[in-house]
Design a binder for this molecule. Sequence first.
Ligand SMILES: Cc1cc2nc3c(=O)[nH]c(=O)nc-3n(C[C@H](O)[C@H](O)[C@H](O)COP(=O)(O)O)c2cc1C
Length: 224
Amino acid sequence: MSSASARPATTASDQGPLVGDVCHCLRAYVRPQRGANGTAQGARRRRKDVNKMRAAVVYESMFGNTATIATSVANGLRSAGVHVRVIPVTAAGDDVLRTHDLVVIGAPTHALGLSRPSTRADAVLRGAPAEVEARGVREWLEDLQDAHSVRIAVFDTRARAMRHLPGSAARHVAHLLRRRGYDVAPSTSFYVGGTEGPLGRHEEARAGDWATDLGHQMMRQVVV
Ligand SMILES: Cc1cc2nc3c(=O)[nH]c(=O)nc-3n(C[C@H](O)[C@H](O)[C@H](O)COP(=O)(O)O)c2cc1C
């Protein structure tokens, strides 16, 4: 992947001004528009411009838990006014970073990091559907076309009993992308009771709140 054009990696705490990062359509949202003050036409314009902020939630899921969190994340972003597509990684193209303003990536933690073909095969032996075994986030990242104007956030699901262990699929993704020059927001984890689930009682709500904050934060960074 191209590293020559990559910006230097930044730390998680470096949220930096996003204005330089956002695409032209986001600038259109923050630019005051003629007749926008308090008129119905202005309200329609503002709504239309917000809808131009495009996010994708790309997820991998063997037993359905990460898929459920991905749906909550998408709903949270929508409530912040972001237009969202939810894409299973088995169907995600290599151009996702180039065609969205924000990409949220979710994956289950396997063997302290991202899944591999062998860990996905293990999951299938434990009852996961065979069709999700073919490709995970690790393989998708290897094929991705770089596009450094995109904003990235990452989450994973993990077994609650292993929460004190350092391994996390989300941190693994963040590490790989920062190495490629991306500015990645601090990652987060959502917990399952065991390998197959279920999700913890409040995890779906927590995911929705996390995503709503992310959506609002993105909007605020654009506006200042
Ligand atoms: C092969 C395998 C390895 C796993 N390794 C870990 C691990 O290292 N740490 C952890 O917290 N959970 C681990 N888990 C539990 C997964 O994180 C859990 O199955 C996943 O969060 C469920 O999400 P999903 O339904 O979207 O697949 C492992 C699960 C499998 C199948």
